[in-house]
Design a protein around this ligand. Structure first.
Ligand SMILES: O=C(O)CCC(=O)C(=O)O
Length: 332
């Protein structure tokens, strides 16, 4: 199913406008308001115990079964320390992961209130271990129209700490002005029309500029040690990354969802670094509905942004409820 872009007429989300925020925040219900205020002030919010620990344990076990059922796909990617790299859009072959969006009620309501529109799951990243990735903003990779209509919604499936690698954030870094993106692009490419969808040089230059500005303003890193079942939502402009890992042998299962209002198109660096260039606002993805919520119908799963497999190529593993239903139906 397709949607009209529900936020097509806006310039930016209301939570990035000081006056609109002052007007709207008091109208929100107390728990949602607290998280919205935190996200506007600090650039992130933590929703404690938003998913039962038991569900997290069950999802890890389902993941291991799926990996065991598809050894030739998963096995090739195990690193020296015995872990898989990040897996993009695993929810397309492990649909139970979508419950982290659709059953995550406070997180869902916070997104709905801040978007002032129906949230949807666009893409996901599944991590078996901490990413230890440098501080960055996600916005060059998730360039929506209108801009900044997305969130990173991160769920710890195991306790995350300095041992196994937690999430690092720069509180307040989301409020630093956007650098001159065109100027950065023109240092690397002859014209803005030559900017590709993805460029490591551009990515690095932009992120270096953001971290330099944070440093100049005295904004420092904070490590968020959280428990299994906690959800972190970060602002589209929050500088964040993975903390160093003290014990590389330890796992740190987690799931990140990139969410947007339904119908919002997502572009990449060619549009991010050319913010006034042409980028249609009404170019809807195909969505699927589950549990009364929506996700973009992704048709492939990608290991470490290197190897892509079509969804149809995965051998599925039946869940306990599916097994029960099959048994019940065959009994009639
Ligand atoms: O989970 C982590 O370690 C960091 C995640 C992150 O930075 C991202 O997904 O953009």
């Amino acid at each position: 199913m397709k949607f009209q872009n529900q936020v097509a007429s806006r310039q930016i989300p209301w939570f990035m406008d000081r006056e609109e925020s002052a007007r709207r925040l008091p109208t929100l219900n107390p728990p949602i308001r607290t998280h919205a205020e935190g996200l506007i002030r600090e650039g992130y919010t933590i929703i404690k115990g938003s998913i039962p620990r038991k569900t997290c344990v069950g999802l890890i076990s389902r993941f291991k079964k799926l990996a065991a059922a598809n050894p030739r796909k998963f096995g090739t990617f195990v690193d020296r320390d015995g872990h898989y790299p990040r897996i993009v859009n695993l929810h397309a072959v492990l649909p139970e992961l979508f419950e982290l969006f659709s059953h995550n009620m406070v997180a869902y309501d916070v997104q709905a209130a801040l978007f002032d529109a129906t949230p949807s799951l666009y893409t996901s990243l599944f991590y078996e271990r901490g990413s230890a990735q440098p501080i960055h903003r996600d916005s060059p990779q998730f360039t929506t129209r209108p801009e900044y209509f997305f969130f990173g919604v991160w769920i710890a499936l195991e306790d995350a700490n300095e041992e196994n690698g937690a999430l690092d954030v720069i509180p307040g870094g989301h409020a630093i002005d956007e650098p001159d993106r065109e100027a950065i692009a023109l240092r690397h490419f002859p014209t803005l029309n030559d900017v590709p969808g993805s460029s490591n040089e551009l990515w690095d230059s932009y992120q270096e500029e953001v971290t330099r500005r944070c440093r100049d303003l005295g904004l420092g890193k904070k490590t968020l040690c959280v428990e299994s079942g906690d959800t972190v939502i970060w602002h589209p402009q929050l500088p964040h990354g993975g903390s160093p890992i003290k014990n590389i042998a330890k796992s740190r299962f987690s799931f990140v969802m990139h969410t947007t209002p339904v119908g919002v198109p997502v572009y990449h660096m060619d549009k991010f670094f050319n913010p006034t260039g042409y980028a249609p606002v009404n170019q809807s993805w195909d969505y699927t509905r589950a549990d009364g919520c929506f996700y973009v119908a992704q048709d492939s799963v990608d290991f470490n942004h290197q190897t892509v497999f079509p969804v149809a190529a995965f051998k599925q593993v039946e869940s306990a409820s599916q097994r029960f239903l099959r048994f019940f139906r065959s009994d009639r």
